[in-house]
Design a protein around this ligand. Structure first.
Ligand SMILES: [Zn+2]
Length: 774
């Protein structure tokens, strides 16, 4: 490729060695094809949709395509990522976007070796998957040639051009490198150290060394996702890789989690790839599950399995309780469909099921199976079945039956437990947030503890009876490794007399919230249950209860304000003396919530904004929120936004600016978010933040209606809008269901269809719950 860095266009020449039984069909979008040749032969070609058909007939040899293209301000394909009045040129190809940079067979199962050569201005750096092989000067320009990659999929290719600055380190023979825009690479030191430790952990767990001579971790100034696992050249948004002195503990945990997730992919996804996007969960669930495993060994004090339950398992459960869910393994075809399955099901549900299966067959058999699988399919592709076969043979347990059912069936079960004359009765059916009952069975590996004794069974039918005799204590779904809800009927006293762990207490209240939404628990019973948590001492259940109260406060302010004040005040007292990192995070969250229901407290926090620099990192968000809420100083906050170069700080201030009590200021904030001054990547978080603020729903909804086309433009070619609407619609729509339904029903928006349908269903459930309580 010859890249015109300032003119933002390029010419390219791709040579593909291939064999074809009929006319060659390549993928290509937005490229101007100049000619297609082979040796002296010039071929006719035609372009339609995303395909370039070349009239080769049967073909064996090297096909050469000459083409040119431009570098837009988008977030997919090859694009311009601006900063400080200049830019870098970067790529993001997953799922079907490599075709925007080069004509190719853009499918994950068609792997090839790539040799990349780029001609650029002399003063620019170029990064690709492999190390540089040679650099030759050509006048004002230079030609950079990279070493040939191993066999790999097109969606993992990478090219970055710009004034990158690097921090380098070494792990054995592997160069581990952080690259960022000038002045920022040293902020990647924490990530660099995490990466070295994590690579060593993965090498030992997988039993396969990291394959490439180097690994880049690149902070890209505009980036749609958190990060992308391009083989040997991982890209990140800045906040997922860089930390400065003002970074919060939450940001630090996130950097660790994202870095390690992407490194997990270097084996799971890059070395061994799914055959087709139907199995994208194989990539994402494994990377998610494996990353938590490794973080837990690196930072046991973080108790990241608590985060796993709250973020992955619970998030996926909420999505999976809709009729508008999909099986983990889902049939997809068009790029629009593919982009929209990078969701809670492919990540969280899949990962939770892997955790359940690991608990069922044991850690050793699981690890052995994974090693065998990766070795067998190295540089190749595999499907889910290939993995079950291996896990079944390493464990001699019924893995295939269990996995097939959980992966291919949509939804998940609720297990109702009751006691009748010394017999424990279990009943399973599909859980739906709509409150409808639907028959369904899953082979559930049940782990429980009866009177202190562990018991386990594979619960496959609708009903099961277990002889237990006299019961004095009972815990079901130990450690919450099972992806199902538990409803105890008439067993409250026994359950609460059991020796409950923090995870048990979390599970009970997390399930209760789902029962409240679906209508099988009354609001009165729910509130009664919450009284057990007012003095909660543990991070996991306390975070959960805070989330639930804050959410309900949006929909039912008059019923929740008092409780929110009481709970958050009591949490603040409990957390005052704690210094562990999770407590620091929770304290920041609690403060950010208390300020909305306690004006005196908010005034105290707001006063600290004038010395914002000195505020401890975990309290910065709360201080900014309180300042916006209590002063309405729009101009002051915009000035603060402009005055910082840290994306973390910018997003904190934007979040604060959605908390103005004055609704005209909120509208100004939303307009500011799409004015061009805010990074496109952060528009989503800003509009989502607005939807989640007290009394902000009417203004945010009106704004969304008239600005939806702009959001569409920002996120074209990605699944971002789909996820954003799924987050916003349910909250904005309560109290105006038919208006919202009508608006979206009249829209033609295939790239967000999945999120919209799911969002509307969730909205109806929330609305029903609210009307039943008011
Ligand atoms: Zn991933």
């Amino acid at each position: 490729m010859d890249i015109d860095f300032t003119g933002l266009k390029f010419t390219g020449k791709v040579r593909i060695e291939l064999t074809s039984e009929r006319d060659v069909v390549l993928n290509s979008v937005g490229l101007e094809i100049l000619h297609v040749t082979s040796g002296q032969k010039n071929f006719q070609f035609k372009q339609s949709d995303e395909e370039l058909t070349v009239s080769t007939g049967t073909f064996v040899g090297t096909l050469v395509v000459d083409y040119k293209g431009s570098i837009p301000d988008s977030l997919a394909g090859i694009y311009r990522a601006p900063y400080d009045h200049t830019h870098v040129v970067t790529t993001h190809f997953e799922a079907a976007q490599a075709r925007r940079m080069l004509p190719c067979v853009d499918r994950p199962d068609v792997k090839a070796e790539f040799k990349v050569t780029v001609r650029v201005d002399k003063d620019l750096n170029v990064i690709s998957n492999m190390p540089i092989d040679s650099v030759k000067d050509e006048g004002e320009k230079k030609v950079v040639t990279f070493q040939k990659t191993p066999r790999m999929s097109t969606y993992l290719l990478y090219l970055g051009v710009g004034k990158f600055e690097e921090q380098r380190d070494k792990l054995g023979k592997t160069d581990v490198i952080v690259a960022a825009i000038p002045g920022k690479s040293k902020l990647g030191n924490f990530a660099l150290n995490e990466a070295k430790k994590a690579i060593a952990s993965f090498e030992s767990y997988y039993g396969i060394p990291y394959e490439l001579p180097k690994i880049h971790m690149i902070a890209v100034p505009e980036f749609a996702m958190g990060a992308m696992e391009n083989w040997g050249a991982i890209t990140f948004r800045e906040t997922a890789l860089l930390l400065d002195a003002g970074s919060s503990t939450r940001a630090k945990k996130r950097v660790s989690e994202v870095v390690i997730h992407e490194l997990a992919h270097q084996w799971f996804g890059d070395l061994v790839t799914m055959k087709w996007w139907d199995d994208i969960w194989l990539n994402e669930s494994f990377a998610t599950f494996m990353s938590f495993k490794v973080i837990d060994t690196l930072h046991p004090e973080w108790k990241v399995w608590d985060d796993f339950l709250r973020m992955e398992t619970s998030g996926a459960g909420a999505r999976d309780a809709l009729k508008n869910t999909h099986p983990v393994e889902v049939h997809v075809n068009s790029p629009d469909e593919i982009e929209q399955i990078f969701d809670d099901i492919s990540y969280g549900k899949g990962a939770s099921i892997l955790r359940m299966v690991e608990a069922y067959i044991g850690k050793e058999a699981f690890q052995k199976g994974i090693q065998h699988y990766l070795t067998k399919y190295t540089y190749s592709n595999a499907a889910g079945d290939d993995l079950w076969d291996i896990l079944e043979s390493t464990s001699r347990q019924q893995v295939k039956k269990v996995m097939t059912s959980w992966i291919r069936q949509p939804g998940h079960p609720i297990v109702t437990v009751s006691l009748n004359g010394g017999v424990l009765k279990l009943h399973q059916e599909r859980f739906l947030i709509s409150g409808a009952f639907e028959r369904g069975t899953w082979p559930i590996p049940i782990n429980m503890e009866v009177n202190g004794e562990p018991r386990s069974l594979l619960f496959e039918r609708e009903d099961e009876a277990v002889d237990v005799g006299h019961i004095s204590s009972l815990r079901i779904n130990l450690n919450r490794t099972g992806f199902y809800l538990v409803r105890y009927l008439g067993l409250d006293e026994v359950v609460w007399k059991s020796n409950l762990t923090a995870i048990d207490r979390w599970g009970i209240v997390a399930d209760a919230f789902a029962f409240l939404l679906s209508g099988i628990m009354t609001f009165t019973d729910y509130l009664k249950l919450l009284t057990r948590y007012l003095q909660e001492m543990e991070f996991l259940p306390a975070s959960e209860v805070s989330d639930q109260i804050t959410f309900l406060q949006l929909l039912l302010p008059s019923r929740m304000l008092e409780l929110s004040r009481e709970f958050h005040r009591s949490q603040l007292r409990i957390l005052q003396g704690k210094t562990d990192e999770n407590s620091l995070i929770l304290r920041g969250t609690v403060a950010s919530r208390l300020l909305f229901v306690d004006d005196d407290y908010a005034d105290g926090l707001a006063g600290k904004f004038k010395e914002y620099e000195k505020v401890e990192p975990d309290m910065k968000q709360a201080v900014a929120l309180a300042y916006a809420r209590r002063t309405g100083d729009y101009d002051g906050l915009v000035k603060a936004f402009r005055g910082t170069s840290s994306d973390e700080d910018k997003t904190r201030i934007l979040n604060a600016m959605t908390a103005f009590a004055d609704q005209t200021l909120l509208k100004r904030t939303l307009d500011f978010a799409v004015s061009g001054e805010v990074k496109r990547q952060d528009v989503r978080t800003t509009v989502l933040a607005a939807a989640g603020k007290p009394n902000a729903q009417t203004v945010t909804w009106a704004w969304l209606r008239s600005n939806l086309e702009k959001l569409r433009e920002f996120y074209r070619g990605t699944g971002i809008l789909s996820g954003t609407l799924l987050g916003m619609i349910p909250i904005l729509g309560v109290g105006r269901v038919s208006e919202v339904e009508q608006f979206f029903n009249e829209l033609e928006m295939p790239e967000a269809h999945v999120g919209i349908s799911a969002g509307l269903e969730k909205m109806r459930a929330y609305d029903r719950m609210v009307s039943s309580i008011r």
